[in-house]
Design a protein around this ligand. Structure first.
Ligand code: PEP
Length: 256
């Protein structure tokens, strides 16, 4: 299968930004700019903005995602949100395993796997984030680290369920730093992830899997990154908060 046959997905990770008023305004600005997108468009918004985002994207081609979910369906987990709570609202996607969750909130490969399992059981589609630290890249162990993250996160996930998974390769040293991986570095690791998935499932499934790059992707560097064979879209932080920049990235993905 060649790249053109895979579903390109551009997803925004708004992180802890935008109150409900700002959410409504940003989505109203964005809607007309991406109305003719030839790729899928997702916005990952804070929990408190989900209802507003769903309201302001209704009837549009923008899909709404959350930025985390817990592994239990309910219970004594103060401050957490379950997958079922998200699907009940009408949320379609969840971002899991983001490096900021791993770095600041003790997320591990095992808890990412638990959350991912719960997300699938709850009816969500998942954007699974993986990526190496700068030190790991410098040690030459990027491939090992990323392969391990993918393998553990996907434990217990069937081939059929893989249709609901997108993997985002996000080198930690490139997130929010303005330091982007070169297009060749991004392509190399996205290709490696594809081969890991092929070894876990089969080559056909891996060829159909959407693999995004994330890490300081912006309106200027997106075309080169998105032109690469194994880069099927982007997970966008900072640039997703500016409608025009995000729309430029969507347009670049549309053109391939
Ligand atoms: C992210 O948060 O997933 C991300 C890629 O952020 P940024 O684009 O700001 O580097």
């Amino acid at each position: 299968m060649n790249k053109q046959l895979r579903r390109a997905v551009i997803a925004g990770n708004w992180k802890m930004n935008c109150n409900t008023r700002e959410t409504a305004a940003l989505l109203e600005d964005l809607k007309p700019l991406v109305a003719n997108a030839g790729c899928q468009v997702v916005v990952g918004v804070p929990f408190t903005d989900l209802s507003t985002a769903l309201e302001h994207t209704a009837g549009s081609n923008i899909h709404v995602g959350a930025q985390n979910c817990h592994w239990a369906q309910s219970g004594a987990f103060t401050g957490e949100i379950s997958a079922g709570m998200l699907t009940e609202l009408g949320v379609e996607y969840v971002i899991l395993g983001h490096s900021e969750r791993r770095q600041y909130f003790g997320e591990t490969d095992a808890t990412v796997n638990q959350r991912l399992r719960a997300a699938l059981d709850g009816g969500l589609k998942v954007i699974l984030c993986v990526g190496e630290l700068l030190q790991q890249r410098e040690q030459g162990i990027t491939g090992e680290i990323v392969a391990q993250q993918v393998k553990v996160a996907l434990q217990g996930v069937s081939a059929q369920e893989m249709q609901k998974i997108i993997i985002a390769y996000e080198p930690v040293w490139a997130i929010g730093t303005g330091r982007t991986a070169t297009a060749d570095q991004a392509n190399e690791v996205c290709g490696l992830i594809r081969s890991v998935v092929a070894s876990l499932y089969d080559a056909h499934l891996a060829q159909g899997l959407t693999i995004q790059y994330g890490g300081s992707m912006n309106a200027k560097n997106c075309r080169e990154l998105l032109s690469k064979e194994h880069v099927d879209g982007g997970l966008i932080g900072g640039a997703s908060l500016k409608a025009a920049d995000f729309a430029t990235i969507v347009q670049a993905a549309t053109e391939g």
